[in-house]
Design a protein around this ligand. Structure first.
Ligand SMILES: [Ca+2]
Ligand SMILES: [Ca+2]
Ligand SMILES: [Ca+2]
Length: 405
């Protein structure tokens, strides 16, 4: 304005009016040009690890498009997603966030319930509403609670075996205390069977690897994951005792919780240490326990034998009452194996017997050394593929494997 006065000396009357007008305006408002539109409000997404304390504070940034000239306020509320109010976070309903004049960036704090139990990553949202002296730009934030735990919840209830049997002694056991597989007794069998026996002869869909076998609270966990590896869509684990803990006869007790759902196929079984009578199935196979997850309340005990190439097999089944499943709690799967006779039990209930007489006139190959196999297959000819109802991950949880002779 001063410059204008100096350059316009020949219009004194007009100048005087102009100077008076400018001065009057300045004294009323220190900001010469207030913007005509209010600032906008935006809230940012946040993704943080859950933490292990009950009240984990997550800070979520809220900002204005420029410093507030006047006080700005905005309401905010939480909304459930896969994370639920109460269990996973503390709900907030219509709280108020205020920006004082001159402020541009603030934050709101939400409280997340941390624990040490593994969960999927979960999300909820924060919604902004009812702005005052501002308008909404980005009004919804996604809050991601990232899993930072490895433990799962194991229900230790259920049947437990006797620890002594008249006339027998414990000759070998794996109590599944970890922290690693006992390599004196077990070998990991990895991969998908290719190139020799792709899909392990059953068109199974998993890729076995050691990483899916872990220990927790005195239990061995084999986890089936939906995860691509080696050209397969699922991963799991398999251990075998070949060349390390072969045996003949005895009572076997295995305490376990089994997975459930379409396409899951856990098994405890025995194969011959030497193929005395020839290749599978002639030298035999004894299945202590098999389950297909779409029938989660039923297990089978089976023997395979015969001249091949396909097997002759005979099975007994044990079904839990009502809608109970082998996923609910622990059960004990037992085999009593003696010369010319094999008996299968669940929770000490005899449900099947095979004798040499039943196998005749075929060769009875079950009076020789066999070794343990523990595996958790996914898919294959018998269970079929997992479908939309199959929940991943699933676990085969083993408390112990004991052999008495
Ligand atoms: Ca945690
Ligand atoms: Ca957790
Ligand atoms: Ca144990």
């Amino acid at each position: 304005m001063y410059m204008k006065i100096n350059y316009l000396p020949w219009k004194p009357l007009l100048l005087t009016i102009a100077v008076l007008s400018a001065c009057g305006k300045k004294s009323a408002d220190p900001d010469p040009a207030p913007p005509s539109t209010p600032p906008t409000v935006s809230i940012e997404d946040v993704a943080l690890f859950e933490g292990n304390t009950a009240s984990q504070q997550f800070s979520v940034s809220v900002s204005l498009s420029r410093n507030a000239e006047k006080e700005v306020s905005v309401k905010w509320s939480t909304a459930e997603g896969t994370a639920k109010a109460g269990g996973d976070f503390t709900a907030v309903d219509n709280a108020t966030l205020v920006f004082a004049p001159g402020e541009k960036t603030k934050s709101v704090t939400v409280v997340v319930s941390g624990d040490d139990i593994r969960e999927p990553d979960e999300t909820f949202s924060i919604q902004l509403s009812s702005p005052s002296n501002a308008t909404l730009s980005r009004s919804t934030a996604t809050v991601s609670i990232k899993n930072d735990d490895s433990k799962i919840v194991i229900n230790n209830a259920g049947y437990d075996a006797a620890t002594t049997y008249v006339g027998k002694t414990l000759v070998w056991s794996d109590e599944c205390d970890g922290p690693a597989v006992d390599i004196q007794s077990w070998t990991f069998q990895n991969g998908d069977g290719c190139p020799n026996i792709c899909g392990w002869g059953n068109n199974e869909l998993e890729y076995y690897r050691p990483e899916n076998l872990t220990f927790q609270e005195g239990k061995m966990l084999i986890e089936a994951k939906k995860e691509s590896l080696g050209g397969r869509a699922y991963t799991s684990s398999k251990i075998i005792g070949a060349g390390k803990n072969a045996f003949k006869y005895g009572r076997i007790d295995i305490r376990a919780i089994l997975p459930k759902g379409k396409g899951f196929w856990p098994a405890f079984w025995l194969l011959p240490e030497g193929n005395k009578f020839g290749n599978w199935p002639t030298s035999g196979e004894i299945d202590i326990m098999e389950l297909v997850g779409n029938e989660p309340g039923k297990v089978l005990g089976t023997v395979h034998y015969g001249p091949g190439p396909g097997s002759i097999h005979t099975s007994g089944t044990y079904t839990l009452p009502g809608s109970k499943t082998f996923n609910d709690e622990f059960h004990v799967f037992s085999l009593e194996w003696e010369e010319d006779t094999i008996r299968w039990y669940v929770d000490d209930q005899l449900f099947y017997t095979v004798t040499k007489t039943m196998v005749a006139p075929q060769t009875y190959p079950f009076n020789e050394d066999f070794f343990f196999i523990v595996n958790f297959a996914v898919g294959g000819n018998w269970p079929g593929s997992p479908d939309a109802t199959s929940v991943f991950p699933q676990w085969l949880i083993v408390d112990y494997i004991r052999l008495y002779q």
